[in-house]
Write a protein that binds this ligand. Sequence first.
Ligand SMILES: *[C@@H]1O[C@H](CO)[C@@H](O)[C@H](O)[C@H]1NC(C)=O
Ligand SMILES: *[C@@H]1O[C@H](CO)[C@@H](O)[C@H](O)[C@H]1NC(C)=O
Ligand SMILES: *[C@@H]1O[C@H](CO)[C@@H](O)[C@H](O)[C@H]1NC(C)=O
Ligand SMILES: *[C@@H]1O[C@H](CO)[C@@H](O)[C@H](O)[C@H]1NC(C)=O
Ligand SMILES: *[C@@H]1O[C@H](CO)[C@@H](O)[C@H](O)[C@H]1NC(C)=O
Ligand SMILES: *[C@@H]1O[C@H](CO)[C@@H](O)[C@H](O)[C@H]1NC(C)=O
Length: 457
Amino acid sequence: MVKALQQSKSQSRTTKTTNNLVSPKLFLYLLSISALLFILFHIHSLHHHVPPPPSSIVAAKLRRSVTFLPLKDLRYSNKALVGHTWFMSSLYDIQEEGEVQYQQFPSPVVDGDERMLCLKGRDTHDGSWNYYGLAWPEGLPENARVKKGVSFVSYNHYDYQNIWHGLSALMPFVAWHQIQGKCEVPERWILYHWGELRLRMGKWVSTLMEATFGAPLQFEAFEDISEGQPVCFEKAVVMRHNEGGMSRQRRMETYDFMRCKARLFCNLTSPEPLSAAVGMTMLMRTGPRSFRNETTVVEIFGKECAKVAGCRLTVAYSNNLTFCEQVSLMGKTDILISPHGAQLTNMILMNRNSSVMEFFPKGWLELAGIGQYVYHWLASWSGMRHQGAWRDPNSTLPCPYSPGDRRCMSIYKAGTIGYNRTHFSEWAKSVLNEVKMRKMEEATKVTTNQIHECSCI
Ligand SMILES: *[C@@H]1O[C@H](CO)[C@@H](O)[C@H](O)[C@H]1NC(C)=O
Ligand SMILES: *[C@@H]1O[C@H](CO)[C@@H](O)[C@H](O)[C@H]1NC(C)=O
Ligand SMILES: *[C@@H]1O[C@H](CO)[C@@H](O)[C@H](O)[C@H]1NC(C)=O
Ligand SMILES: *[C@@H]1O[C@H](CO)[C@@H](O)[C@H](O)[C@H]1NC(C)=O
Ligand SMILES: *[C@@H]1O[C@H](CO)[C@@H](O)[C@H](O)[C@H]1NC(C)=O
Ligand SMILES: *[C@@H]1O[C@H](CO)[C@@H](O)[C@H](O)[C@H]1NC(C)=O
């Protein structure tokens, strides 16, 4: 019912567009028909017994066979996260054991399927007003524009401004680039959220992608396309399942690649000399989820660090570090100490097997849902060690409702984080011991800590 309504809405839109274009288009159409007839007549008179070339008829049939469907299939609106996606729902992914799930047009796996992906519409509010279809190169839709090179088409269930959700949506393109794409670099990025076009991405993620692919990102806005005009892509790669399907090994390789590219981009080509020194970094926040008594927390960790030979403590605020300053700092960090929050995404820039210690305000365990574990997952996927989380039992912002009431979350969201001296000291001591032992062992190995070439596999 809803779907029918949406379709009739968009149909009336399309019709309106067509009407606007009727007179000049009709004129051109008649002009080309007469030109065609003229040529055909001549060909015909030259070869009296040959019938008209069938290819033009086939092309016309192919052209008419292109069906455009809404990017957002409303039938799957409650199932977006359980296997199916409502984005390009009629198409299947290429799936190989442990590998990234993707779609590519023309198909690299079905011999002879040279159909190109075509898109129509640039609505930023309703994904059912944007369309997709597949077309044979000999029978592209009427009036279609072809865009050259590789186009990355991304589906994101959340948004591209958020570091975590942005990175999750884009890392599969890096995985593709490394293997299936044989180092191919995109000409343009076409970003969708529920089928709605998006034109921006958070700075950290876009800089990481720029570093990875070696050029600033071009976000496609379809500004050079008239309304309702289809655009077909010489080569398109579509991602809609984040890291889903990828083995841990492949995920780690993908993060290794981004880390390596980020270091090259930031000219950090001379690696830190291998040593048993331990870098401990406290990455601070201001406002929500900051430490209530920063001085004391720094003092507790500083004291433990000072007991370990070669331990160096750095306190930094991610919000006033440039991307390259973050890359540089993380390259020297073996233990990252930081409250739950976007700045923790920086962990992927540490050397493999480095440690993460995370902190939460009161109430998160009970109320924040599964999303609170994203940095546990990211640590595992990027080859780091999540050393657990500390959860503040107290809050300076009391919730007036009964404990466990969902409404409390909106209060706890703004909460800050206290400390437990005994616990922090013991925890730091044990993590420091583990890291120190690993570093000492590594320092004895002959392998140099070189920046490898970040090569495609
Ligand atoms: C890295 O070095 C190159 C060449 O010297 C320079 O053009 C570029 O701006 C540097 N990049 C950064 C991030 O400093
Ligand atoms: C932080 O803690 C120390 C010692 O526990 C205390 O002396 C100081 O007043 C506290 N600072 C703030 C801002 O609460
Ligand atoms: C970084 O930010 C913190 C808090 O926002 C501030 O106290 C500090 O002075 C800043 N440091 C620099 C070098 O700007
Ligand atoms: C990380 O630790 C694992 C398990 O101890 C080890 O097998 C692996 O070689 C380490 N990786 C690196 C890059 O140090
Ligand atoms: C939580 O509050 C109680 C009661 O005020 C206090 O005894 C305890 O030390 C606090 N715990 C932490 C970790 O701040
Ligand atoms: C602080 O941590 C220690 C060790 O984990 C624990 O025994 C103690 O109960 C904690 N204190 C408070 C006030 O939460």
